[in-house]
Structures are given as structure tokens and as C-alpha cells.
Ligand binder design. Structure first.
Ligand SMILES: [Zn+2]
Length: 177
């Protein structure tokens, strides 16, 4: 899976009221460095394209903190809704950073979605039932305004996909008869 090499941080991050609030606290600077470290260690986690980092023992090393401080800081960041935690994954709010290479992000999301569709359909062609099918087809053609939503995507074998082209299922079946 592709790695994230760059992130963009908004130039007004230190004007943010919640960041200012952290700065006013005793450990403020350390907490902000912790947040920046979290941002630089984001990884793609799930098929929905959520980005975050796993809450694990390893994280203590990554963040260079004691366990106590780490959980303390995580609590503060979470309380301020700068981060959220879901299934043991820390997700930093996207208002504090952007992935620099948005095309790459889209590629990753597309890849994740494609894998999701194939797994959902058990690699079986929706049109002819062929097993070991690895293509994803827009049921209502994308070229005619069909959505990228998973409800409009289905697994297809190579043969059906190239035979159907940019037709609807009905048009395609009529053409075959
Ligand atoms: Zn097929």
C-alpha cells in the first residue's frame, strides 16, 4: 500500500482557539509537538479511507512519551475534539492537516473501495457468476453520470465488463439477444 510522504498543515493552525488553549497549559508545547508527531505518523487504516494511527505500545516510542503522559495528552486532544478514537485508532481531525498528494489519496481510496467491492461480492461476477473475477463495473455507466457509490459498483469478470461497455444491464442484455 502506498505511503503518505507529505502532509500540509494550515498556516493559521496556531490561531485556532483549541490550539491556543493547549498552548496556555503547562505542558502545552509538548502536547502540540505530540499532535504534530501524530500527524506525521498517520497511516491509512481502513477501507473507508479513514486515516489515523494505531493506539499501541509502539506509539509511546513513536511519540517519545511516557505511557502516562501519552494517555494524558490523548485525553486532552480528544476532549478538545482535535482527535477522535475509533476501534483503537487515533484519527486526527482533518481540519488540522491535509494529505499533500490528494491524487494519491484518491488512488488509495479507489484501491480500498475496489478491494471492498471485490470482497463484498466474493470475487464473483454479478452478471455471469464467474468465480475469480477481479474487475469492478459501474452498473449504471459512469460515462453517463453513474455514481461511484458502492451501490452502483459490482464485481465483474473481464469478459462481461468488456462486453457490457458503457451500456446499462438492460441495453446490454437486449443487445445480446
Ligand atoms: Zn461475467
Amino acid at each position: 500500500m502506498a505511503e503518505i510522504k507529505w502532509v500540509k498543515i494550515p498556516i493559521d493552525i496556531f490561531s485556532n482557539e483549541r490550539i491556543k488553549f493547549i498552548e496556555s497549559k503547562n505542558d502545552g508545547d509538548t502536547i502540540i509537538i505530540t499532535l504534530l508527531k501524530m500527524i506525521t505518523h498517520i497511516k491509512i487504516i481502513d477501507t473507508n479511507g479513514s486515516i489515523g494511527l494505531k493506539l499501541s505500545d509502539d506509539l509511546v516510542k513513536v511519540l517519545g512519551l511516557s505511557m502516562d503522559n501519552m494517555y494524558n495528552y490523548i485525553e486532552i486532544l480528544r476532549y478538545l475534539k482535535i482527535i477522535s478514537i475509533k476501534d483503537n485508532v487515533i484519527i486526527v481531525s482533518s481540519e488540522f492537516f491535509k494529505i499533500d498528494n490528494e491524487c494519491m489519496l484518491h488512488d488509495i481510496l479507489d484501491y480500498n473501495k475496489r478491494m471492498y467491492i471485490l470482497q463484498r461480492d466474493h470475487y464473483t461476477c454479478a452478471y455471469c457468476g464467474a468465480l475469480n473475477s477481479f474487475e469492478v463495473d459501474h452498473i449504471f455507466p459512469k460515462s453517463r453520470g453513474g455514481s461511484d457509490h458502492e451501490s452502483n459498483l459490482t464485481t465483474s469478470c473481464k469478459h462481461c465488463n468488456s462486453s457490457k461497455k458503457d451500456r446499462t444491464v438492460e441495453e446490454w442484455n437486449n443487445g445480446k439477444v
